[in-house]
Design a protein around this ligand. Structure first.
Ligand code: ADP
Ligand code: MG
Length: 624
């Protein structure tokens, strides 16, 4: 099926200027590559005409390259230790995380202290990154064979919930396969792009992705051409494989197969179940034929109605999860403008029915659900490679590093955390540090570290004309806004709106990928030191504030105190002065607490005094 026509006359670059780019769906069960050729987006088949490449890699002894794809999948049962499937589940994960995946995994993991787990195979120890790279390498060759020329770059899709380590691992796999990874794209976003939803009016979309072993639902909001992920939910243990299991169990009941069935029989059964399930997407009933352990054949007819009964409880789980995703996104079913079906298992008609019922609308299925993610990735790749007009540029970026501002003590307060999708606006209130403070400098920083000196300075500006008030009374709202072009503007506004100042900055400008990586790595390496330092700085700042305020109060109202009281306060003050320059934030805190106790009375009498002053000359009934 020709999927989508995207080139517009006069807009595409001349043929000899074309740069080839591809989109890759690196799936848990199947992977695919798609490109744009003569204005048509198509997924690319292998020599046998198969578009889907099973994400399975079998390592062989003394072989230069492993077997990848359908052949490897078929041999999984015979050579389980050397045949790696579902490597995606381990990407960017430590050994401990993987162990939680349970005993379903047949592999031997190397018990090493390194953070990247490695699987023992006859061809040596392999990391999930290397396994994924083998899959990508096959797809790269497939693309180059079809396009005849070197690839400019690719877009690889990842689940929306992938964290930074998982994304980085995916990028590394791409690099290892010799690919230029122009961008990683969220799978649900890719599906939405494939349907051209980014060109439509603003709205909220649900992307329902039921694959082989995982289920994901994402609620996206399109805003000025950018998809924002409002929520994701899912089940990492639910997919088409579970459909196969319930069908196999049903068959075992029919054929009186017990728990003692051989591994070979179970494998044959699951394969037969899978074929039956897939066929039932088109026909009403199928024959299942399985060779039993006793040499006899057993035949059973599976009707669609029966299949529906078997899988309804599983589909119900996806409905419950979808409801949760809606709740997390704080939207209702009525808010959903489109539902997009993704993943091979959404070919099952019952899934479509139930999802249509739940959302109260027919889901979009006209693009092959197992190809739609690769198609969206190809569209994005085409744009990024520069083959489309500028105004077609999709802006699906996230902020690579946190944005924040300097607070007292040389500390950074993060306002927008990294990986936030743009455009975005976030505001935070700040206050004055000193009595009568009328100006304030806003220093904008980028980075993950706690101290200003360890982050990158993006610029600064001053806010003047803050009305004179006591320290802590003024409220200054600082708003960080990053628009779809990645342009940051920072505005500081005094609450009574008398004064305002702002600055515009291009935040990621000039930072290379390598620099961003180094900054991220440093933030992890130094995280503990940073917390200690932050604590120290914060307490030092608080000490300064307390000392300042107390000295001011003593000047103004010292006459309210007896000599003994003054002495006690001065002692506590001296103690605070002493520890203030030290490096132990706990002793600073203790000294502040002690000083607070010593000045409680003083504060109370000052309060009384000011109330009296305020009341002087007024009649009591004015205050009713
Ligand atoms: P993943 O995203 O996990 O890599 P896919 O989207 O490729 O997985 O989905 C694979 C699943 O889709 C398998 O369980 C497969 O049996 C199922 N599937 C493929 N075709 C059909 C079909 N016609 N009917 C039902 N399920 C199907
Ligand atoms: Mg998938």
């Amino acid at each position: 099926m020709a999927l989508l026509q995207i080139s517009e006359p006069g807009q595409s670059t001349k043929p000899h200027e074309r740069r080839f780019a591809a989109g890759i769906d690196l799936g848990t069960t199947n992977s695919l590559v798609a490109t744009v050729r003569s204005g048509q987006i198509e997924t690319l088949p292998d020599e046998q005409g198969e578009h889907l490449l099973p994400s399975v890699v079998r390592y062989m002894e003394n072989e230069l390259s492993p077997i990848v794809g359908e052949k490897a999948r078929q041999s999984a049962a015979d050579d389980p230790l050397n045949t790696i499937s579902s490597a995606k589940r381990f990407m960017g994960r430590g050994l401990d995380d993987i162990k939680h995946l349970g005993e379903r995994l047949p592999y031997d993991f190397v018990q090493a202290k390194t953070s990247v787990p490695r699987i023992k195979t006859v061809a040596g120890d392999k990391s999930p990154i290397e396994v994924s790279a083998e899959i990508l390498r096959v797809l790269k060759e497939r693309a180059e064979k079809t396009l005849g020329d070197g690839l400019t770059g690719v877009v690889i899709t990842v689940p929306a919930y992938f964290d930074d380590a998982q994304r980085q691992a995916t990028k590394d796999a791409g690099k290892l396969a010799g690919l230029n990874v122009m961008r990683l794209l969220n799978e649900p976003t890719a599906a939405a792009v494939a349907y051209g939803l980014d060109k439509s009016a603003e709205g909220i979309t649900a992307i329902f992705d039921l694959g082989g072993g995982t289920f994901d639902i994402s609620i996206l909001r399109l805003n000025k051409g950018v998809f924002e992920v409002l929520s994701t939910a899912g089940d990492t243990e639910l997919g088409g494989d579970d459909f196969d299991h319930v069908i196999a169990q049903w068959f075992m009941q029919q054929a009186n197969i017990g728990e003692d069935a051989s591994h070979g029989l179970i494998r044959r059964l699951l394969q037969e179940a899978r074929e039956a399930k897939e066929a039932l997407a088109d026909v009403e009933a199928v024959q299942m034929n399985v060779l039993l352990d006793d040499g006899n054949k057993w035949q059973a007819t599976l009707e669609r109605e029966q299949l529906n009964q078997l899988i309804d409880p599983l589909i119900q789980k996806t409905v419950v999860t979808s409801r949760r995703a809606l709740r997390d996104a704080q939207v209702t079913i009525e808010d959903i403008q489109a539902v997009v079906m993704v993943g091979g298992s959404t070919r099952t008609l019952r899934v479509r029915e139930k999802i249509a019922e739940f959302f109260g609308q027919a889901p979009k299925v006209n693009i092959d659900p197992d190809k739609v993610v690769a198609v969206g990735a190809a569209i994005q790749a085409e744009v990024l490679a520069g083959n489309k007009a500028d105004d077609d540029l999709l802006l699906l970026d996230v902020i690579p590093l946190s944005l924040g501002l300097e607070t007292m003590g040389g500390l950074v307060e993060k306002i927008i955390p990294r990986n936030t999708t743009i455009p975005v606006a976030r505001a935070q209130d700040f206050t004055t540090f000193k009595d009568g403070q009328t100006g304030m400098t806003v220093h904008v920083l980028q980075g993950e570290r706690e101290l200003v000196t360890d982050c990158r300075s993006l610029g600064q500006f001053a806010l003047h004309g803050i009305p004179s008030m006591v320290a802590g009374a003024a409220r200054i709202r600082v708003t960080f806004q990053v628009d779809a072009d990645g342009l940051l503007s920072v505005t500081a506004e005094e609450e009574t709106k008398q004064v305002e100042a702002s600055i515009q900055i291009k935040p990621s400008y000039g930072l290379t990928d390598a620099e961003i990586e180094t900054m991220l790595r440093d933030s992890i390496t130094y995280a503990k030191d940073d917390v200690e330092l932050r604590n120290l700085r914060e307490h030092q700042v608080e000490a300064d504030r307390v000392i300042d305020a107390l000295q001011m109060a003593l000047q103004q109202d010292g006459d309210l105190l007896t000599e003994d009281e003054v002495k006690a306060i001065e002692e506590a003050l001296l103690e605070l002065h002493k520890v203030r320059t030290g490096t132990d934030h706990r002793s600073i805190k203790n000294a502040i607490d002690k000083l607070n106790v010593a000045t409680t009375e003083f504060a109370a009498s000052r309060m009384n005094k000011s109330i009296k002053q305020a009341l002087t000359g007024h009649k009591l009934d004015e205050f009713d």
